[in-house]
Write a protein that binds this ligand. Sequence first.
Ligand code: TNX
Length: 508
Amino acid sequence: MRSFRYIFTTIFLSIAFWSYSINVIPHPIEYDINPYIRFEFDENTAIVVKNKELYDVAETVANTLRSSTGYNFPFKKRGGNAITLRLDKSIKNREGYYLNISPYSIDIYGGSPAGVYYGLQTLLQLLPFEIESNSIVKRRWSVPCAVIEDAPKFSYRGLHCDPCRHFLPIDSIKKQIVWMSKYKLNVLHLHLTDDQLWTIEIKKYPKLVEIGSVRQEADGSSHSGYYTQEELKDLVAFAAKYCVTIIPEIEMPGHAMALLAAYPELGCIGENYKVRNLWGVDENLLCVGNDTVFDFIQNILLEVAQIFPSEYIHIGGDECPTTVWHSCSKCQQVITDNNLNNETGLYVYFLNRVDSILKNIGKRMICWDESFENGISDDATIMIWRDEKSLSKISNTHRVLFTPWNYCYFDHYQSDNKWESPAQTDFTSLKEIYDWQVTPKTLSQTQLNNIWGIQANVWSECLFSNADREKMIYPRLLALAEKAWSVSDNDWNYFLKRVDSAYVRLMI
Ligand code: TNX
């Protein structure tokens, strides 16, 4: 059936003997399109759902279609004038899809519901930009006929969100989820704790939010905010509708001042901690010589695991100056008792104990690349924020996520325009991201196989409002999506044309 439709549409499309460009980001792997032959939507166009697993994605996209066209898009069992959605086991990549638009019908086949969802996103991008409007737009709704076969390059395509430096309403995170999914990103890395705020309710330790989610600023004002478990569960369910997995991050043993302010007995010094009101790195860490610290971590992670079904939990591990451990007798005792040599050994000992806690509760660990020192658990996934050198070293032995600061830190300036709000001092332009060679040619097959994916990080020290944050995310997210999904050749001008169309959608 699929091949019959494919041959039919291909013959139909080739009548024009011309190859046209396609206005889609990220660029699909293979396509044939003819803007002069079109499928017209009308008030009778239906949605046919062939597998019950597809109702959720069908409903999510039907809502977008309904609100702008004003058509009903009824769900039907069969029919010609329809978008028909099916699962297809012959599609090897589970997020891959096959989209066939003929003048009479639209068919989408996916390797999984996510594959079908991505086929639908491509369809939305082929429709006029007003399709993204929240109110009815009176116009002709048609799409060019096309056959598209597509699948992602990387299976992890992430965007990070930091509500700890400046707190974010949950609706802003929902909006981020919707838009990242339109560009086929599938993981939201939610950085829930840091020196400057603890933003997740933990029922067993109420002081974490009572004390840890409020910071006194130097000017006497305060900044605060946290998410209840109910809000976070609702966010997880919302994200699932958009095929986005949320990976929570609970920072340890550093970046933990908000935790220490609430429970000072868990630090080496044991008193006088404050939720930090400066940016940068604090030298206070959790005390590894205090076994209650590990019980505490276990209890927190148990609650986190109940909220987030993701197989992975990120436990931070970055930026840990070890001076306090050096002068803590309890930490030094652990070094002696376990022949750890020095504080670096202690740091790996700490992370490997957390790794075992996670395994016991059925989860796996992600940590930042400082953790890659001799002895870190083989099972840990390392999120690399440094450079290609780290990538080629770590990917020999570990599964990695690549988020190098010079391409993927969206808190950097992106232009020399005077209107840009204050940002971190570095500069990362859209073109730099677009020209980024994610996987250097020197990597071996083993190293390449270990690269799970890429991600952009939106640290929010300088981002005071969601509007500031969105200016930093877009349009750079479009280049990131292209790097994460597509295998197409570099063609900057062609990409810019597609960015122009995407821009109108983002502004609507
Ligand atoms: C580094 S790289 C950090 C964050 C900051 C960011 C600012 C890494 C894992 N940590 O704590 O917010 O730089 O750009």
